[in-house]
Design a protein around this ligand. Structure first.
Ligand code: NAG
Ligand code: NAG
Ligand code: NAG
Ligand code: NAG
Ligand code: NAG
Ligand code: NAG
Ligand code: NAG
Ligand code: NAG
Ligand code: NAG
Ligand code: NAG
Ligand code: NAG
Ligand code: NAG
Length: 825
């Protein structure tokens, strides 16, 4: 290996200083961990932030999964604030001036997994014991110490804990004791201020930590920082993130990272939001050289050259472990290109290099061939043009000998044909990202055969773009490229295509004949697609993203909504809503139920038959249960009786009566009948037929009844519970045989001896029930006076046919049961 040192001059445009780190909008809730962990339906999400609330809203739906009440003035969370929200999984109460949390408040929310109460005024770390809790953010409050309450021992599932208060100035030895037995893997500690004290050993108790983020400034406190590093070493954490290490006016003395060479477990180091001088950098890089780090990142740093010759780094006779170096966001304090003089040979094992957000506009020539292992080069978000990157002014012997992935998004590249030509010099390049540039389709392209993945997202290209791509491409990203239509001809150019992203275009249909036999992933979300029909030509499809399209909720969507296996859809169901018809607008597609029945004619027929059978069976069952057979028989009888009625009535006209009345009663009521009724009526000169006395012995009881009835002017029924239970059936039979009833419809008299609740009667005694309902009967009264009236009415009834007493309807109806039984007998 040559030890010749290579001057690397990173030439950075002056604009760089201004165009630095772009703060991506983090407002999009959907990418929050809490959202991902918790939300399964849009309805479960309740956003009540920025509403000047002073209390937790009380009308929250029970199925709330995610509740955001940040940016209000809720000072207190008390007992019942969240009652009923048993599904609440993520709660955000930030920027509310929260001062107090009553311990019982979370007893109503056992499912809580994410709790964010950062940016409040909590004076102490509150008691929290929620078994399911995974993420707890308590940063930016006003507690004065980091002492964790004992209840935190119960947070068995806690994974990420964020603690920070600008008024907590020291970390004490016992502060984290309650966390020592839980499986916390990531601790974020501090509020970006300088600590006055760090007790050596405090963090060392957290044995399960994998990542530690220290958010504190250590200006001039090298020994405190070294104590901290020693504890990080004991925890065994692999990853350390240090945020706001040095402010701008800091006098850095001492060797901060000296101990890194004896920290074999630490692999990733990130230094973020800090000021870095070239003098510090020189010392720091020597420590990195001898450390065990794999991954070194600088994020959002301000770089200041305080050494006369810039960054000078003499070759060290030791190859470095480092595999990955990231610079993401570098502000240059001086308005000039930084001077960097270092040997890159020792970076022989570097596989990943990212130099992003730095304002770089020219790639140093010597970088092309000195990184023998480099596989990934990320130069996104710089100011590179075609002439600045593609070694216009260099004459390299080889160009990135092992490079496989090249990210050039967010630069100023222009000519696709020129780029395609140049990529032919990168013998191993497989993947190229040209998204967010100003790419134009000027001339035909000639892509190298090994290049199989290309992203042209966010360039204005149009429908012709497919003609400029290589037939070897397997993964193509054409999101937001102004495509309005795709055809089978376009796709058939790419026989090996496995991933196709067409998100955020204006495509209206996926052609029915679309065929891509090896396609695994297809993204067509955020287009103008109204329906997706059977994707028969995509037999291997594993993932489809088609959300945020204006779906029509009609039979056209039947296949998609009801047949398609939803495990195919990466963004189901959150991103799928109906757009038309207006009555369904906004309805989630997963809630829109189109039935195959209403959409397929042949099915309507196929379904109708079994349904008819089921309904018939159901009716049959009901019929059977409710004595339907009995009623049917009666109906049959009624029809026959009506036919015979005329003939029979003539036969009975000449009957002469032997008795005034036939008394029909239950044996149990014989006391009343003998002592009161018979005595009273016979005393008045009426002759009565009483079955115990006047029935002919040996005859069948029904015949006796019939004989008696036929030879009596009236028939008196003494109704009581006993009668109904024991005798009524006989009379049903009797009525069935009594043909005279058609004419002698006035001859029945009912006496109700005691109240009989109609509902207590069996349903099939329909006639009796209706009789009792209509109150067309004589009721035996309790008082002597009324009894006299009773006897008077009864006697007059026996003398004259009294229509009001004789129950025409009942009689007639019961008569309808005639002859069937006769026939059977
Ligand atoms: C909250 O209060 C501020 C000032 O009192 C007012 O401007 C704002 O419109 C209110 N916001 C809501 C959602 O009521
Ligand atoms: C908690 O909310 C704050 C403010 O919105 C946010 O910056 C922070 O990232 C959130 N914490 C977690 C763990 O999501
Ligand atoms: C943690 O567990 C050990 C042994 O299992 C026990 O001695 C210690 O008291 C526990 N610590 C806490 C804070 O529960
Ligand atoms: C880190 O721990 C190892 C033992 O695991 C020890 O040899 C080494 O000295 C420690 N380094 C520091 C900086 O404490
Ligand atoms: C960087 O160097 C400047 C002098 O150029 C000095 O004033 C400042 O304190 C230093 N800051 C750090 C963080 O090293
Ligand atoms: C930085 O600190 C050292 C020693 O503490 C001191 O000698 C030096 O003058 C300080 N430099 C500045 C710029 O304050
Ligand atoms: C450490 O760095 C590697 C390589 O960049 C990365 O894949 C890994 O996720 C990082 N680990 C942590 C815990 O940050
Ligand atoms: C970048 O770091 C500076 C301090 O060096 C800080 O003020 C600023 O907020 C940081 N920017 C981001 C986006 O974190
Ligand atoms: C770069 O460093 C080498 C020694 O490592 C030295 O010989 C050379 O002069 C330096 N170049 C510049 C431009 O400072
Ligand atoms: C560098 O390493 C080689 C062998 O690996 C050794 O011969 C040489 O003396 C070393 N040079 C220095 C300056 O350590
Ligand atoms: C560098 O990589 C080579 C193989 O590519 C390996 O043998 C060597 O151990 C690595 N060096 C270091 C310091 O990791
Ligand atoms: C859907 O596909 C998944 C995986 O491909 C499979 O496990 C699942 O059983 C399928 N579901 C139905 C209803 O076919």
């Amino acid at each position: 290996m040559s030890t010749q040192s290579t001057n690397v001059a990173f030439l950075i445009g002056t604009i760089a200083i201004l165009s630095l780190i772009k703060t991506d909008c983090v407002a999009v809730k959907e990418y929050e961990k809490g959202f991902i962990l918790c939300v399964t339906s849009r309805r479960g999400m309740q956003d009540h932030s920025y509403q000047n609330l002073t209390n937790v809203p009380s009308n929250l739906p029970d199925d709330t999964q995610y509740l955001d009440i940040s940016h209000n003035s809720i000072r207190r969370l008390s007992g019942a604030s969240f009652s009923g929200l048993s599904q609440l999984c993520c709660l955000k109460v930030t920027h509310c001036g929260l001062q107090e949390i009553s311990p019982s408040v979370f007893s109503h929310t056992p499912a809580l997994k994410v709790l964010n109460i950062s940016f409040n005024d909590l004076p102490i770390v509150p008691d929290i014991s929620l078994k399911q809790l995974k993420i707890l953010d308590l940063a930016y409050n006003l507690y004065k110490s980091y002492r964790i309450p004992a209840s935190f021992q119960n947070l068995a599932n806690l994974d990420v804990l964020s603690l920070g208060s600008p008024t907590a100035l020291s970390v004490n030895y016992n502060d984290f004791d309650p966390l020592s037995n839980i499986s916390l893997s990531h601790l974020v500690l501090g509020a970006g201020i300088r600590w006055q004290k760090y007790d050596s050993g405090a963090l060392a108790k957290l044995k399960s930590l994998k990542t530690i983020s220290v958010f504190a400034s250590f200006c001039g406190e090298a020994s405190m920082f070294q104590n901290l590093l020693a504890d990080v070493n004991v925890t065994g954490a692999k990853s350390l993130r240090i945020i706001t290490l040095f402010p701008d006016n800091c006098n850095v003395t001492g060797n901060f990272f000296d101990s890194m060479k004896t920290m074999p477990l630490l692999k990733n180091l990130t230094i973020e939001n800090t000021w870095i001088n070239s003098s510090f950098m020189e010392v720091f890089m020597k420590n990195v050289w001898f450390s065990h780090l794999y991954d070194l990142s600088f994020v959002n740093i301000t770089y200041n050259e305080d050494t006369p010759d810039g960054f000078q780094f003499r070759t060290i006779n030791h190859s470095v472990n480092l595999c990955s170096i990231t610079f993401n966001g570098v502000k240059h304090y001086q308005y000039k290109y930084p001077q960097i003089n270092m040997s890159l040979e020792a970076f022989s094992n570097l596989t990943y290099l990212k130099f992003s957000g730095t304002g770089m506009n020219i790639l140093p020539c010597n970088l092309l061939s000195v990184l023998p292992s480099l596989e990934t080069l990320d130069l996104s978000d710089n100011l590179l043009k075609d002439t600045g990157f593609w070694w216009f002014y260099c004459s390299p012997t080889s160009v990135f000998p092992k490079l496989r992935r090249l990210y050039l998004s967010k630069n100023r590249f222009n000519s696709l044909s020129f780029i395609s030509e140049k990529t032919n010099q990168m013998k191993t390049l497989e993947s190229l990202d040209l998204s967010f540039n100003s790419i134009s389709l000027d001339r035909d392209c000639s892509w190298p055969a090994q290049l199989i993945e290309l992203s042209l997202a966010n360039n204005i290209l149009g429908n012709n773009v497919f003609n400029y791509l290589s037939v070897n491409f397997e993964k193509i990203d054409l999101s937001k490229t102004g495509i309005t239509a795709i055809t089978q001809k376009d796709l058939s150019r790419f026989p090996k295509l496995t991933h196709l992203q067409l998100s955020s275009n204006s495509i209206q249909v996926i052609p029915a004949d679309v065929s891509a036999p090896s396609l695994l992933n297809l993204y067509v979300d955020q287009n103008a697609i109204t329906t997706i029909s059977k994707l028969a030509g995509l037999s291997k499809l594993k993932t489809l993203k088609a959300g945020n399209n204006p779906f029509v909720c009609s039979c056209d969507s039947y296949w998609f909504v009801s047949v398609l296996n939803k495990s195919l859809l990466a963004d189901w169901p959150l991103d799928y809503t109906c757009s038309t018809p207006p009555s369904f607008a906004g309805v989630s597609l997963s809630e829109y139920k189109t039935s195959e029945l209403s959409c397929e004619m042949w099915l309507q027929a196929a379904v109708a038959v079994p349904i008819f059978i089921i309904i018939s069976a159901a009716i049959g069952l009901v019929f059977y249960k409710c004595d339907g057979v009995w009623y049917t028989k009666m109906l049959w009888v009624w029809i026959r009786v009506k036919r015979r009625g005329k003939k029979n009535s003539n036969m009975l006209k000449n009957v002469s009566f032997q008795y005034h009345a036939f008394i029909s009663y239950s044996h149990q009521d014989s006391g009343w009948v003998d002592s009161r009724l018979v005595r009273s009526l016979e005393g008045s000169g009426f002759s009565l037929c009483v079955h115990e006395r006047d029935f002919v012995p040996g005859d069948w009881v029904i015949d006796n009844i019939i004989n008696c009835v036929e030879s009596s002017y009236k028939t008196l029924f003494i109704l009581s519970k006993h009668f109904v239970q024991s005798e009524w059936c006989n009379y049903e039979l009797f009525f069935a045989q009594h043909r005279a009833i058609n004419i002698q419809q006035d001859s029945l008299v009912f006496i109700l001896l005691e109240p009989i609740p109609t509902d207590s009667l069996p349903k099939k005694f329909l006639r009796l029930r209706s009789l009792l309902r209509q109150q067309t009967y004589l009721e035996w009264p309790n008082t002597e006076r009324k009894q006299q009236v009773f006897w008077a009415s009864l006697k007059s009834t026996l003398r004259v046919a009294d229509k009001s007493m004789v129950l025409k309807d009942v009689a007639l109806a019961i008569a309808d049961t005639a002859t069937l039984v006769t026939d059977q007998i």
